[in-house]
Write a new protein. Sequence first.
Length: 235
Amino acid sequence: MMMSLLRKDLAYAYQILAYLGLDDHTYTHLSVRAEDGCSYYIYPFGFRFEEVTPECLLRVSFDGEILEGSEYQYNRTGYIVHGAIYQRRQDINAIFHIHTPEIVAVSALKEGLQPLSQWALHFYHQIAYHSYNSLALDESQGNDLIDDLQDKFILLMRNHGSLTCGKTIQEAMFYTYHLQQACKTQCLILSMNQELIVPDISICEKAVKELLSFESDLGARDWEAWVRRLKISHP
């Protein structure tokens, strides 16, 4: 049977984040909406990101039923988060959940992400926020997440991490990389305890429009470069 392109790309996404050092042992998860539109692919909970291959991925229904593959351990929090978003947001086809120290640090700031770098300007007025509520173990918490996300693609989960969504895997990867760089830079800037220079609102508004329209297929160019790098590392 021919391997699904979506399976291959999702496995690449796990491996790219491992290569970039943005994984967190076995505690985060990425997914992509499957070809049928009403289920999604996700890794078997308990794997490290560098272990993920197209063959090991699960196909899961929106209510958390395993349709294809063998689960390593039941991932209730992952299934609640991903299923809720895919069910209510038909424009979202990929979801990345990570929690790097830099993203968690910025999520805990009352002002959240500030427009202090070009990386951050990708997200000017593009971020939603979700208050911490422990683990997502019931459907109401999944509904709260999607209510807070509203019509946006990026959610900072206070004291926890982030959800970066995309119309494609490549777009979700683009947002994830730039969000990490923005948060890492903000942490560095604030640690210097010096007076800040913040661009004017008009510049921020101009920048976000240009940054998000710079290429027609957002994230595709970077994605191809990361896949080439993976193939060099693992021929």
